[in-house]
Ligand binder design. Structure first.
Ligand code: UDP
Ligand code: MG
Length: 335
C-alpha cells in the first residue's frame, strides 16, 4: 500500500513538473493473455496520436497473464518511452486492473480501452474533440456489437435498461468501459476506495459534464473472451448491488403485499363463514394456508426492513465522498 501511495505521489509530481503547454492523454489498457492483440493495438494507438496535438502515454496493465504479453510490453517500453506498464501480482480482474492504471497514469485525461481491439482506437480522436469542447467524461456508446453471442447481446440489452431504471444515478445505456476521463474525473474516481468497483456506474455517479460518442464495436481481433457469460452476470449483480437499493425495497413491498392480502382474506372469510354462510369443510386448511402466507409475508417484511438498515451500513462502508466539487473560488478548497 505504501508503494502504491509513493507511486501515486510520483505520478502527481510528474504531472505538475511537465511542460503545461502540451496536454497528455493516457491510454489505459488492461490485458489478460492478449499477446496477439497488443502489437496491433500499439500500432493503431500510436497512429492515432501522430495526428493529435496531445502526447500519448500508453499504460499497459498485466492482470496476471501467462503468455508472452508482458515480455512484449517490456520490450516495447525499452524502445518507446511513451509505453508504461504495471504488472499486477496476480489476476485481480478487469475492473481493478483499470483502477491501477487510473491511479498511476500521468495524463491530463485518460482513455480506458480493451486490449482486444473491440474498441477501435480511432474513436479516441473523437473523444478528444469532445474533451476539448469541455466535457469531463466522454462515454463511448456501442451502436452495434459484432462477434458476440446473441444471448450475451440480449442480456446486455436488457441489463443496461433495467439498471438505468433501478438506480438514482443517470447511467449511460450501452456503454462499456471505453471512455475518456478528464483529470478532474480521474482524481474523483481515484478518491473512491470501494472494493467492488463497477467503473461504468462510478463514472456516471461522479457527475461533471458528460457526453457520448457512438461507435461500432468490432469483433475481437484474436484470442478468446475473458468475460464468459457467468463473469458478465457477476459484473451485472455487482452493478445492481453497488448502485441500487431496489431489490431490497422489492422484498419489503412483496412482504407487505403478501401480509396484507393474506390477513385481509382471512378476516373476510372468517366473517363470511361465521356470520353470513356456514363454513365449508376445508375452512381449516384455508385458514392454515393463509396463516402460512401471512407468516412468510411477515418474514419478508422483516428481512426488507433489516435490508434497509444493512443498505445504510453498506453505503457508509463504501465511504464514497458525499459530494464532488467541479469548480469553486472558495478559499481553502482543494479544487
Ligand atoms: N481482462 C483483464 N482481466 C480479466 C479479464 C479481462 O484485464 O480478468 C481484460 C482483457 O484482456 C481485455 C478486457 O479486459 O483487454 C476486456 O475483456 P474481454 O475482451 O475478454 O471481454 P469482452 O469484451 O468479451 O466482454
Ligand atoms: Mg472484448
Amino acid at each position: 500500500m505504501q508503494g502504491l501511495q509513493a507511486a501515486r505521489r510520483t505520478a502527481t509530481m510528474e504531472r505538475m513538473n511537465r511542460d503545461s503547454e502540451t496536454k497528455r492523454v493516457s491510454v489505459i489498457v488492461p490485458f489478460l493473455n492478449e499477446q496477439e492483440n497488443l502489437p496491433l493495438l500499439y500500432d493503431r494507438c500510436t497512429q492515432v496520436f501522430k495526428s493529435q496535438e496531445e502526447e500519448l502515454e500508453l499504460v499497459f496493465i498485466d492482470d496476471g497473464s501467462s503468455d508472452g504479453s508482458l515480455s512484449w510490453v517490456k520490450q516495447t517500453a525499452e524502445k518507446d518511452p511513451t509505453v508504461k506498464y504495471i504488472q499486477l501480482s496476480r489476476n485481480f480482474g478487469h475492473q481493478r486492473a483499470i483502477t491501477s492504471g487510473m491511479n498511476l497514469c500521468t495524463g491530463d485525461a485518460a482513455v480506458i480501452i480493451d486490449a482486444d481491439l473491440q474498441d477501435p482506437p480511432e474513436v479516441i480522436a473523437e473523444m478528444i474533440v469532445k474533451w476539448k469542447e469541455g466535457f469531463e467524461v466522454v462515454h463511448a456508446v456501442r451502436s452495434s456489437r459484432k462477434g458476440e453471442s446473441g444471448l450475451k447481446k440480449l442480456l446486455a440489452h436488457i441489463f443496461y435498461r433495467l439498471l438505468s431504471k433501478m438506480t438514482e444515478v443517470d447511467m449511460v445505456v450501452d456503454a462499456g468501459d471505453f471512455r475518456l476521463l478528464d483529470r478532474k474525473a480521474l482524481d474523483a474516481l481515484n478518491s473512491m476506495p470501494e472494493q467492488h468497483r463497477y467503473m461504468r456506474g462510478l463514472a456516471s455517479w461522479i457527475g461533471f459534464s458528460q457526453t457520448t460518442v457512438e461507435y461500432e464495436r468490432d469483433a475481437r481481433h484474436a484470442g478468446v473472451t475473458k468475460y464468459p457469460l457467468i463473469k458478465s452476470i457477476s459484473l451485472a449483480l455487482n452493478a445492481i448491488t453497488s448502485f441500487s437499493g431496489t431489490p431490497l425495497r422489492f422484498i419489503f413491498y412483496m412482504g407487505s403485499v403478501l401480509c396484507t392480502l393474506s390477513l385481509g382474506l382471512a378476516i373476510y372469510l372468517f366473517i363470511m363463514w361465521n356470520f353470513i354462510q356456514s363454513s365449508p369443510q376445508h375452512a381449516g386448511t384455508t385458514y392454515l394456508t393463509l396463516a402460512i402466507f401471512f407468516v412468510s409475508g411477515l418474514q419478508m417484511l422483516c428481512m426488507g426492513i433489516l435490508g434497509q438498515y444493512l443498505r445504510r451500513v453498506f453505503d457508509e462502508i463504501k465511504n464514497r465522498p458525499l459530494y464532488l466539487i467541479k469548480q469553486t473560488n472558495c478559499e481553502g478548497a482543494t479544487s
